[in-house]
Write a protein that binds this ligand. Structure first.
Ligand code: BGC
Ligand code: MN
Length: 352
């Protein structure tokens, strides 16, 4: 008897609870979908947690606002901050800035920021808007170079582009002491993450939101890293042979190992980055030779890089001093297929 009376009550309670949960879920998701009241809640220890957005900002603008320093964010509406940043603190033509144009040029490090690039206009816009104020708050003497690939070659040849960027930047200004190699989709979150070569080789993008703010492996040197000019020369720059996604940075890690240069890093609570999301989930343009190239990396370290850049399959199409960066446009012609030969034979014959 008692059981039969309890049963409908329990069913009623379950149905009621489920109804309430569905209602709460619908309210929550409709709030999230509404751009007027979009609220992005980051992790509790993030200074940008609970930022309220009103008005319409694109996804990329919201990300850029989220990595702005709190003192700017607190005083104005987010749209005002976004627009106020338009002045970029009087950046000189070609994306050059220094704390005081009058002080002697030798008093501090001169930094070249090299950004390899292809077909990511939306990212570049956000990157520049974020990086100029960030670098200026650090009081750096810097220039931003964007090295863009065009031409027949399908794979993105990041190492080759970095070598071209290094060479052309030094022609532009031979006094650079420090080079920062920077992905266009990474935005530093903390002003204390200093863009310097004082601890070269230095890996700066230690904690990226996409990877739960954790270093994915200890030899990682990709994302954002710094090498001083003499180390870069000693290392013979990057390999020119990696075209397509991945591993050019792992090749560089092998060069560091060869020269007994240990990677140093800032503390992970400072070296935090936000990664801009990629619009489409197109298949990654993977580098099918990368396993072979990595296995033979140490055999090519001396010859493949700055040393044979003259004969690499590229030409500089143009160098333009734009308002916010120096644009180096590089034509990369189709590579010859990479012959897989035994490591002992590398260097004896001109195989690649
Ligand atoms: C790739 C690297 C890349 C890293 C990112 C590795 O598998 O070889 O090029 O930087 O993944 O986590
Ligand atoms: Mn990326």
């Amino acid at each position: 008897m008692r059981e039969s009376r309890l049963c409908p009550l329990i069913i009623l309670q379950v149905v009621g609870t489920l109804g309430l949960l569905t209602y709460l879920h619908l309210v929550k998701t409709s709030r999230e979908r509404n751009p007027e009241t979009l609220q992005i809640t980051l992790r509790d220890n993030n200074p940008y947690a609970n930022v309220e957005f009103s008005g319409k900002l694109s996804h990329f603008e919201k990300v850029a606002v989220l990595v702005m320093p709190p003192r700017e964010r607190d005083s104005k509406t987010l749209q005002e901050i976004w627009r106020a940043n338009d002045s970029y603190g009087n950046v000189g033509l070609g994306g050059k800035w220094s704390p005081s144009r009058n002080r002697s040029a030798s008093s501090s490090e001169k930094v070249a920021i090299l950004v390899t690039y292809r077909d990511r206009e939306e990212h570049l816009k956000i990157f520049l808007r974020h990086m100029h104020p960030f670098l200026q708050r650090q009081g750096l003497d810097y220039t931003i170079y964007v090295i863009e690939q065009h031409g027949e070659e399908q794979g993105f040849c990041k190492g080759l582009l970095y070598n071209v960027g290094f060479t052309e930047a030094l022609k532009d200004d031979p006094s650079y002491d420090c080079f920062i190699f920077h992905d266009v989709d990474l935005l530093p979150e903390d002003d204390r993450n200093l863009y310097t070569c004082a601890r070269s080789p230095y890996h700066l993008s230690v904690a990226i939101d996409k990877f739960d703010y954790k270093l994915t492996y200890v030899a990682l040197f990709g994302g954002v890293s710094a090498l001083n000019t003499s180390h870069y020369r000693l290392l013979n720059g990057y390999s020119n042979l990696y075209c397509g996604w991945g591993a050019e940075d792992d090749d560089m890690a092998r060069r560091l190992y060869k020269h007994v240069l240990a990677i140093s890093r800032p503390e992970p609570d400072i070296a935090r980055y936000k990664m801009l999301s990629h619009k489409s989930r197109e298949p990654r343009d993977d580098n099918t030779d990368k396993r072979y190239l990595l296995n033979t990396a140490l055999h090519r370290a001396k010859t493949d890089g700055l040393a044979d850049l003259q004969t690499a399959n590229y030409s500089v199409t143009s160098i333009t001093h734009k308002a916010l960066y120096t644009h180096i446009l590089v034509n990369i012609t189709k590579r010859k297929p990479i012959k897989h030969v035994h490591p002992r034979k590398i260097g004896k014959r001109n195989t690649n």
